[in-house]
Write a protein that binds this ligand. Sequence first.
Ligand code: NI
Ligand code: MN
Length: 228
Amino acid sequence: MIQATFLGHSAVKLSDGQTTILIDPFISGNPQATITADELGADFIVITHGHGDHLGDTVAIAKRTGATCIAPYELANWLGTQGLTAHPLGDGGSYDFPFGWVKFTIAHHSAGAGELGDRYVGTAAGVLIQFGDRLIHHAGDTALKYDMKLISERFKVDLAFLPIGSNFTMDIDDAVRAVEFIKPKTVVPMHYNTWPLIEADPEDFASKVNRAGHSKAVIMAPNDTIDL
Ligand code: NI
Ligand code: MN
């Protein structure tokens, strides 16, 4: 069984009891986090883009655990210069790992790294993760885009994490349309209420999704876990 744990903002932990995959592990300085980065184990860390609220504690966690970092090409190269094991992926590219495969999807977003003076560190991505027999989609930071339909034309997503906080990403109504495009079995809102700029009501998102009836919206509080 795959377990998905929401860690607050856009940070997610996936585990099957043997392999642990972290996505965008922003814990230190994350007002929503209820754990510390030291408590997290990891075999793989997927980073959607270089912004600090996604790159987060990647370097410290990967140094401690020896986890392989899966990131956009330029960001992977930079992680390599930090002494980490990094696997580069391009937009649309996929690769088979021991646990399943990882495929980057297109995100419409910028991708400098604040820690590096907003230096460009590759494009921003979303990600599809085939973990065992479950398919998880984490959209990263993105605008709404018609390309999201390509995902449901080819794949059946079991669980999707979509940003709803607006200002930097989709707002609630855009994210409701994204759910129509992606057609996940279950969808979880993320990237909201971390700071005043991205205030949003997840109940509003959930009621709109659940009224449409195609997907089930679940609001996860930090440290909530879903069994897949
Ligand atoms: Ni961002
Ligand atoms: Mn962000």
